[in-house]
Design a protein around this ligand. Structure first.
Ligand code: ASP
Length: 437
């Protein structure tokens, strides 16, 4: 019997074809009006954007139900606090490691030295970054319905945890509600598989659209900056994070990377760790074997507060722009960059392009010209895709480490290559015979 192809293999193939088609359009048809209006900005855009909407549609209900189950599953507020502190601490630690690595590599390679200042450097108008005080105040929602409507992850997490703790305190009523939440969570996970089923199509169009606009030609003048970011991202993902995973979670990084494939593909094609939450949760719980009690809490939290890949881009960008403008940065400024990018990643959500807004915050703080960001704008979309995959890898790594500490990871599931693989969704069919006549 021929082995059925898993959905993530199908998505990978669709991604490759979309990438090639998009790149070809970029080279040969970028001036052809009908291709641009009917295909790139028509079909590709519509299907791709609708697919991203379908992913985002899952995030709020899935996080809500699974977080309620998670908190009730833990059942003990002090354990919850311990998991929270561990996860938060590890998220900060991995981000600090990421940005330090990026600064070191960038200082050694020195991209941007002797780079001609490009005339359009001032085309970037920064969106004002949120003041840090607001970042903390805004963790507490003044109106939870608003938080749910806007999909504000930190506020949702805050409210749901509080609500679930209250459920624990309510005895029987709380238990009944929790049973309901468990059922709803299971149904939501099924909705994830339904969306995954059409993902090859969605990812194909997303890729085709992105690459028909983002030709590889853009990379050539920026090759120094681009490659330093990519190298640092790869070292962090496959070196630092793999090492942490092997030492602290006692897990095989190769299996981990293989099983994270669908989350990587979704992160890469959507450039949004928030939109990827449902897939990361599916991968972490069903493929890697982490118990929902831990993952439901650490994955959405990570998507918001942990951005290793973004921090790496910021470190390299800081050194690059300083070199281009001939500004010398000292140890004090570098320390500020480390601190600022950690704080910035806590305060902003994982959505496409947010890294640049955070970068404006970092530049302001160390006195680099914010309009310099205009220089790296052209290649940012491609880097955004890769760094989002690294962001998601960081979330899953920390989740596994925390789960190991809490004895909440099932090694049998982790080591089973087939665990949690989605092959084909079987839709229910009514029996015509039963209903006719
Ligand atoms: N797109 C990234 C994410 O969603 C954030 C960024 O670096 O812009 O994780």
């Amino acid at each position: 019997m021929i082995k059925k192809m898993s959905i993530s293999t199908k998505i990978l193939i669709a991604m490759g074809i979309g990438l090639i088609l998009g790149s070809l359009i970029n080279v040969f048809f970028s001036e052809v009006a009908w291709v641009q209006s009917y295909l790139v900005n028509g079909l590709f855009y519509v299907v791709g954007a609708a697919f991203v909407n379908a992913l985002k549609m899952l995030v709020v209900p899935l996080v809500t139900f699974s977080l309620i189950c998670g908190v009730c599953g833990i059942g003990d507020v002090s354990v919850l606090g311990r998991i929270g502190v561990k996860a938060f601490g590890l998220y900060i630690l991995t981000t600090a490691m990421a940005i330090t690595l990026a600064l070191l590599i960038a200082i050694i390679v020195a991209p941007g030295k002797g780079f001609e200042r490009v005339a359009n450097a001032s085309t970037f108008t920064p969106t004002p970054a949120p003041p840090l005080t607001d970042v903390f105040i805004n963790i507490v929602p003044s109106n939870p319905i608003n938080a749910f409507a806007e999909g504000n992850m930190l506020q949702i997490i805050f409210f749901v945890i509080l609500f679930a703790i209250a459920m624990l305190m309510c005895g029987e009523i709380g238990r009944e509600l929790n049973q309901l939440a468990e059922k709803l969570n299971e149904v939501m996970m099924k909705v994830v598989t339904l969306v995954m089923d059409v993902a090859p199509i969605g990812v194909f169009f997303l890729m085709a659209k992105t690459f028909s606009e983002q030709g590889f030609g853009l990379i050539v003048p920026m090759i120094g900056y681009f490659s330093v970011v990519i190298v640092a991202l790869l070292i962090h993902a496959f070196g630092t994070l793999s090492l942490l995973l092997a030492v602290f979670a006692k897990l095989n990084p190769l299996i981990f990377i293989k099983k994270m494939r669908s989350a990587h593909i979704f992160a890469f094609s959507t450039a949004s760790s928030n939109a990827t939450i449902p897939i990361t949760l599916q991968a972490v719980e069903q493929r890697l074997g982490v118990n929902n009690a831990t993952a439901a809490f650490t994955v959405p939290l990570g998507a918001t507060v942990n951005m290793d890949g973004t921090a790496i881009m910021q470190g390299v960008a800081t050194v690059f722009i300083a070199n281009v403008y001939g500004i010398d940065l000292g140890p004090g400024e570098y320390a500020t960059v480390v601190g600022m990018s950690i704080l910035a990643s806590i305060g902003t959500a994982g959505v496409p392009g947010v890294g640049l807004i955070m970068l404006a915050m970092v530049f302001n703080q160390v006195g680099l010209p914010v309009e310099g960001i205009g220089l790296i704008l052209g290649v940012d979309r491609l880097l955004d895709m890769v760094r989002t995959a690294v962001n998601v890898t960081g979330d899953a790594t920390v989740t596994c480490i925390v789960a190991r500490g809490e004895n909440e990871i099932d090694d049998a599931i982790f080591n089973d290559p087939e665990a949690g693989v989605i092959t084909e969704v079987e839709l229910p069919h009514k029996h015509i015979a039963e209903n006719s006549g």
